[in-house]
Design a protein around this ligand. Structure first.
Ligand code: LLP
Length: 411
């Protein structure tokens, strides 16, 4: 997004034009931004002989957006059978799917086996046993990697750290070593690799470097024990620039320090980015309903809320808030909140923003990842429209929910 003649633009469209057509609040995504980010990743990983980018659907899984990923040769990292269904629905090939997650149910494993996914990322020994039993019953074979918790600090928010001691994810290498014979006895599933995912919104290459070195050491041990390991999944987690204080993930350092060890390993490398691909492509457009002054503070009350975008309430996330039309450039200090009855329903506290008026619109920036995908019907608010911007075209990619739909299953 950028300003042109005081109008906030997304690709070639002044966003304020969209407010005449779509119902505030709504999400808008730039196709160009998504494709550019995919190309950055491809450029980094193309130094390897064998790599596979599996987009993490949990970041955002609108079918039209998935289609852009698929058209650009990207596979899927999923955490539920329904995410596999989404990917297939968007014309994705199940053979491109990696199935992660600590709690895969029997019906989900059955579905994944029936469509024939690329691999399971297994998070406990009992899960490996369960997949093997189901595969045997269904007369199927499957490949799997084991997610290892390497206990490295990713230096990110504590609620999105996943690879340190005490996290629920993955297994310790000791657990694998204590179960070697058992793993060898599972005949319908084949252990082909190790996997890690150490956290989200990571900015430094260093935790990857540390985690990957630990996993490569484990892989050598597994090979010596007779396993035919050819895959290393390094997870997702590459951060974006939310607040202007960083350039986002350090791919320069990653290219210099991490890519060479991956290349030397000669393994098939998988990576599972979500936020990096979609995060900065999305904005949430919202109308100012009220501006009130209390306690010496100015409160902007938007029509968007934590039901549309929960990350500020959940993780104290920072997102830029920009008026769709700039006036005279004067700035004031505002706190920006939503209509939901929760004290945490805020988008910003005491933030300097261009002066705005009731009825103006603002864009909350960089909300493409974990925005619409984490939205809820809290306070019986409806899931909002999603719009795709492609050059000078705007395309509705999800309709607004109707009240009748949110009560449809209630008896
Ligand atoms: N792979 C696995 C196994 C994951 O659990 C995740 C994210 C990813 C890949 C993708 O991570 P990414 O590249 O997007 O960082 N709701 C939180 C983020 C939760 C991340 C969960 N796992 C937030 O809004 O910050």
């Amino acid at each position: 997004m950028y300003y042109k003649n005081n109008f906030l633009m997304c690709e070639d469209i002044p966003i304020v034009e969209l407010t005449k057509k779509y119902d505030s609040p709504f999400y808008a995504y730039s196709k160009k931004s998504i494709v550019d980010k995919i190309n950055i990743l491809k450029n980094v990983f193309s130094k390897l002989d064998n790599y596979h980018i599996a987009y993490s659907l949990k970041a955002e899984s609108n079918l039209s957006l998935l289609k852009i990923m698929i058209e650009n040769g990207i596979g899927a990292d999923v955490v539920s059978a329904n995410e596999i269904r989404r990917f297939i629905n968007a014309s994705g090939d199940p053979k491109e799917v990696v199935f992660s997650g600590v709690g895969k149910r029997v019906d989900e494993i059955e579905y994944a086996l029936s469509v024939g996914i690329k691999q399971f990322n297994v998070e406990s020994i009992d899960e490996a046993k369960r997949i093997d039993e189901i595969a045997k019953r269904m007369d199927k074979k499957a490949k799997y990697a084991i997610r290892v918790n390497p206990n490295v600090d990713a230096f990110t928010h504590k609620k999105i750290t996943t690879g340190t001691k005490g996290d629920k994810f993955g297994v310790t290498f000791d657990t694998i070593l204590n179960n070697i014979d058992l793993l060898k006895s599972l005949t319908n599933i084949e252990l082909i690799g190790l996997d890690m995912h150490i956290g989200s919104q990571i900015l430094s290459y260093k935790p990857y470097y540390d985690g990957i070195n630990i996993l490569l050491g484990f892989i050598d041990i597994l090979k010596a024990k007779g396993f035919n390991i050819d895959t290393l999944d390094i997870g997702g987690g590459y951060g974006i620039n939310y607040d202007g204080t960083s350039n986002g993930f350090d791919f320069e350092g990653f290219t210099e320090h991490v890519i060479p060890i991956l290349k030397k390993s000669n393994l098939n490398i998988l990576t599972e980015p979500g936020r990096f691909i979609i995060g900065d492509s999305g904005v949430l457009v919202s109308k100012i309903e009220y501006i009130k002054e209390e306690w010496g503070k100015k409160y902007i009350i938007l029509d968007a809320s934590m039901s549309d975008y929960a990350r500020v309430a959940l993780y104290d996330a920072y997102n830029d808030i920009k008026p769709l039309v700039l006036n005279d450039g004067k700035k004031l200090i505002y706190s920006v909140a939503g209509p939901v009855c929760e004290s945490s329903d805020f988008f910003a506290h005491d933030r300097q923003i261009e002066e705005v008026n009731v009825g103006d619109y603002v864009a909350i920036d960089n909300v493409g990842a974990y925005g619409a995908s984490m939205a809820s019907n809290y306070n019986s608010l409806l899931l909002v429209e999603q719009v795709l911007i492609d050059g000078d075209k705007d395309i509705l990619i999800r309709k607004k929910q109707k009240f009748e739909e949110i009560i449809a299953n209630e008896l």
